[in-house]
Ligand binder design. Structure first.
Ligand SMILES: [Fe+2]
Length: 351
C-alpha cells in the first residue's frame, strides 16, 4: 500500500513523500538534512490523513468563519474558532450559530477532541465554553486549546480592564496552551500548532495534513492582512509570520478566520498558499518587510475600534465564559472609559 510520510524537519511542513520501505531510509534519502532529533516528529499515515475533511460555517454578524476539521477514518474532529451571537445593545447572548455546529457534529456522528482558538478574538465572542459544556453533557470531553501567548494577552487586559486578583491570568480557563510546534491529535490525524503572532501576541495557526487554519494572519488575497495595532500587535512580527506560512507547500489549503467580501460577492472560506503568494494585495511573495510595515501602520491609523472589542476580549480571555454572577444571578462586562470630558464629568466624593 502506498503511504505518505511527513515530518516537521528543516524544509518546512508538511514535507511529504511516498513511503515504500523502512521509514528512516525514506526520510534520509528525501530529506538529507533531517537530524535524528526530528525523528520523534515523524508520522506515517495513510493518504486520507493528508486530506482531512473540512466544513466551514459563516457567522454573518461578525464575518467570522468557524471550521470543523475531520479525520474521516476515525470520525474524530476539531472545531476551530466557534462564535456566540451577541447583541451589544441589549446584552443578549444567543447560541443559534454554535447550535449549527453542534447539529453538524451530531448528524455526521463526529467525536470532537478539540475546540481550538487561533487567538483571543476582538470582534466576536467565542462559543468554545458553551460547546465544551454541550458536548460534555452528550458524553464527549473536548479540550479547549489556544496559543501560550494568551498569557501575555491575559496579563495585558487584566491591567487594562482592572480585572482584579480574582482573575489569575495564568491560562487556567484553557485545557491546553500550545507552544510553537506542539503536536495536536484528532483521532489518527496528527497536526501541529505554528506560532504566527503579529496581529496579536497569541496568534497561532493549526496545520493538519494539507490544511492550514491561519486565524487572522492573512485575509483573502483580495482583502490583504489583519491590523497590527491592538496591544501586543506588531507589523514586523506579522510579516515574519506570513513568511513562515509562505514556506508551506503551495498546494496547502488555507482556511480563513474572516472574510469581508465586496457587495454582491459570497464570503470566501478557503484559499491556498499559492494564491496568497501570487495575489495577496498586502504581501505577495517577495514583498519587503519595510513596505509591509509602512503600509500596515498607515492603514491601521485609519481603522476604528471593532464594534464588539471590549465584550469580545473580556469573554474570550475566559475561553468563552463570563464573569461570575452577583447574588441576583446577573453577570456584567466592563469597559474602560476615556475621552476629553471624562475628568470633568467624573463624580467627586461628597464633601
Ligand atoms: Fe482577530
Amino acid at each position: 500500500m502506498t503511504r505518505v510520510v511527513y515530518c516537521n524537519g528543516p524544509f518546512g511542513w508538511p514535507h511529504s513523500t511516498t513511503w515504500m520501505g523502512p521509514i528512516q531510509d525514506t526520510i534520509r534519502s528525501h530529506c538529507p538534512a533531517l537530524r535524528p532529533a526530528h525523528y520523534t516528529h515523524v508520522k506515517a499515515t495513510g493518504p486520507d490523513h493528508m486530506n482531512p475533511e473540512v466544513r466551514s460555517f459563516h457567522h454573518q454578524d461578525t464575518f467570522t468563519w468557524s471550521h470543523v476539521v475531520v479525520d474521516a477514518a476515525s470520525r474524530h474532529a476539531a472545531i476551530i474558532d466557534p462564535a456566540l451571537d451577541f447583541d451589544p445593545v441589549t446584552g443578549q447572548i444567543e447560541t443559534a450559530s454554535a447550535q449549527r455546529l453542534l447539529e453538524y457534529i451530531e448528524t455526521t456522528a463526529l467525536q470532537v477532541d478539540w475546540i481550538l482558538e487561533t487567538h483571543v478574538h476582538a470582534d466576536h465572542l467565542t462559543a468554545a465554553a458553551w460547546l465544551k459544556d454541550r458536548l460534555g453533557a452528550a458524553g464527549t470531553s473536548p479540550r479547549i486549546g489556544i496559543g501560550r501567548g494568551v498569557l501575555t494577552v491575559q496579563r495585558t487586559f487584566k491591567q487594562k480592564l482592572d480585572l482584579g486578583d480574582e482573575f489569575a491570568a495564568d491560562g487556567r480557563e484553557f485545557d491546553a496552551l500550545f507552544d510553537d510546534g506542539a503536536e495536536i491529535t484528532i483521532g489518527n490525524l496528527s497536526g501541529r500548532a505554528m506560532s504566527t503572532p503579529g496581529h496579536t501576541a497569541d496568534s497561532l495557526s493549526y496545520l493538519f495534513g494539507n490544511t492550514a487554519f491561519i486565524g487572522d494572519t492573512l485575509f483573502a488575497p483580495r482583502s490583504g492582512s489583519a491590523r497590527c495595532d491592538f496591544p501586543g500587535g506588531d507589523a514586523q512580527v506579522l510579516f515574519d509570520s506570513i513568511q513562515r506560512l509562505y514556506a508551506l507547500p503551495d498546494a496547502t489549503r488555507v482556511f480563513l478566520a474572516h472574510d469581508y467580501p465586496p457587495e454582491g460577492e459570497a464570503p470566501l472560506a478557503e484559499t491556498s498558499i499559492a494564491a496568497q503568494k501570487a495575489g495577496n494585495i498586502h504581501v505577495r511573495a517577495g514583498a519587503t518587510a519595510s513596505d509591509f510595515v509602512e503600509m500596515r501602520k498607515a492603514r491601521d491609523a485609519t481603522l476604528g475600534m471593532p464594534r464588539l472589542f471590549w465584550p469580545s476580549i473580556q469573554t474570550n480571555l475566559l475561553g468563552g465564559r463570563f464573569p461570575p454572577a452577583n447574588a441576583q444571578g446577573q453577570s456584567y462586562l466592563k469597559m474602560p472609559l476615556g475621552g476629553e470630558a471624562l475628568e470633568s464629568l467624573q463624580l467627586k466624593p461628597a464633601p
